[in-house]
Design a binder for this molecule. Structure first.
Ligand SMILES: O=C(O)CCC(=O)C(=O)O
Ligand SMILES: [Fe+2]
Length: 218
């Protein structure tokens, strides 16, 4: 399941954090690319290392508070987080994210847009599955969460600059299919609770949700 969440981080907070990121030193994205990805990765990045830069950690902490994000990821740990910067004519060609980062499995990838949508042209995040491609142009605060197993790329930025936070998560629930099933059940629970209250149906759904999670969580 690919989930697009708008306004994942409150706009005022986001703007202040992004402003402070501007003082940070970005390095060549090629540093963390594997042998093949090196041939197609053309951007700059800012990595979260030993709790620095603090602004990036702050951004991550705000993101973690989004209920939809936690409901869909079942995050066990954030394996890696960074900010990507693409200037005009920069792109990240087709690749699949590494399955292991620092010996930890990556189950879910995400991108949080940090640039207002009108500040850049091109720069869509494109994900490929067996049926073809789908692309998302992310604005400030727009979040895309997707299973790490897809081939994907970022189209060249034709004008302006695209800034985005990207990250990888190890999930308590390894299978994307199981996560989707749990997410659907959770949505049904919320709907039932909102519309009819804590009915017997709600209790049954909650029992199924929690017992499936107990089966699958690792
Ligand atoms: O910038 C993005 O939206 C995604 C970048 C990406 O695919 C990566 O860093 O592996
Ligand atoms: Fe990627």
């Amino acid at each position: 399941m690919i989930l697009h969440i708008e306004n994942a981080v409150e706009p005022g907070t986001l703007d202040a954090i992004v402003e402070s990121l501007r003082n940070e030193h970005f390095t060549d994205g090629i540093e963390t690319a594997g042998r093949a990805a090196k041939q197609v990765k053309n951007n700059q990045q800012l990595r979260l290392q030993n709790d620095k830069p603090a602004a990036l950690l702050m951004l991550l902490n705000h993101l973690k508070k989004n209920p939809l994000f936690s409901g869909v990821t079942f995050a066990k740990q954030f394996v890696n987080v960074m900010v990507n910067q693409y200037q005009t004519n920069q792109e990240y060609g087709l690749h699949v994210d590494d399955a292991l980062m620092g010996h930890i499995r990556t189950d879910i990838s995400f991108t949080l847009g940090l640039s207002p949508i009108d500040d850049y042209q091109g720069g869509e995040l494109v994900i490929e599955d067996t049926t073809g491609e789908r692309s998302w142009k992310l604005g400030s605060g727009d979040l895309l969460v997707y299973p790490s197993h897809y081939l994907h790329h970022v189209n060249a930025v034709r004008a302006g600059e695209r800034l985005a936070m990207v990250g990888w998560i190890q999930s308590h629930v390894r299978s994307a299919e199981q996560r989707e099933l749990l997410f659907d059940l959770k949505c049904s629970m919320s709907e039932e609770l909102d519309q009819r209250g804590k009915t017997h149906q709600y209790d049954r759904l909650s029992k199924s949700y929690n017992n499936l999670l107990r089966h699958w969580a690792e």
